[in-house]
Ligand binder design. Structure first.
Ligand SMILES: [Zn+2]
Length: 239
């Protein structure tokens, strides 16, 4: 693997855009420096252009960093402890630095991840994939229970890691749940499952829909509110 590109201490990405008329240099939160070039552009010209703009780049970088913007796109730290509130489990993670493919071995509440530790992102990716698997194992029987208790049926369950939505329900009754739910307190998961199950009856947020929710959970507004702020339970490496 070649060294990642850098300029002025920032990660640098060069992207060709056929619609670009000229070279565009920008600082992008969470990613660093981005150079957009027209399609037929000699890549050896990028450095001279950046040098020409160095003063502006450094000034903008300093201003953004002072305002608390992450420009370095650094992978989060490897977690030693993972608190899965919905699963009611605290997992301790040990890391073993060794060459070769990354492996995760589960031993009750202790997981061991073995692989090259210098590059954190692939290790985190392994933990994320394992968390999604666990989320499915935990959420499927939970949803079945909620479905039986409420008498509202669904046809299939999908569990994925998503950036924004906690869940959704298709017109065919497929419920999609965000794997992030595994980090939330159980009462919020109960509520989110109820929210999605009521969508099997009403595909909208009409008064009839909310009456369905309220019929099972009178305190639904407070819980809706809490769910909308649920990201604070999710560790940075899984957001
Ligand atoms: Zn909804």
């Amino acid at each position: 693997m070649s060294e990642p590109l850098q300029f002025a201490g920032l990660p640098l990405a060069i992207k060709a855009n056929p619609r670009a008329k000229r070279v565009l240099v920008k600082l992008v939160p969470g990613r660093g420096l981005e150079v957009v070039t027209p399609r037929r552009f000699d890549p050896s010209l990028v450095r001279p252009i950046l040098e020409e703009k160095r003063a502006w780049i450094e000034r903008t970088r300093d201003r953004m960093v002072a305002a608390g913007t992450d420009l370095f796109g650094a992978a989060p730290e490897l977690p030693d402890v993972i608190e899965y509130l919905a699963w009611e489990r605290t997992v301790r993670v040990d890391y073993l630095d060794r060459p070769g493919a990354i492996r995760l071995v589960e031993n009750a509440a202790r997981w061991q991840v073995a692989g090259p530790l210098a590059d954190r992102e692939p290790i985190l990716e392994k933990l994320r994939a394992h968390t999604v698997k666990k989320a499915r194992e935990v959420l499927l029987p939970w949803l079945d229970r909620a479905s039986q208790q409420t008498g509202m049926k669904y046809s299939a369950l999908r569990v994925r890691r998503q950036k924004t939505r906690w869940g959704s329900c298709s017109s065919r009754g497929t419920i999609s749940l965000n794997a992030k739910l595994l980090f939330l307190p159980p009462r919020l998961v109960d509520h989110l499952l109820l929210h999605e199950l009521c969508h099997t009856r009403h595909m909208n947020h009409s008064p009839a829909y909310w009456a369905c929710v309220a019929g099972f959970e009178p305190d639904y507004q407070r819980l809706e509110n809490e769910v909308s702020r649920g990201n604070r339970y999710v560790p940075a490496w899984f957001r």
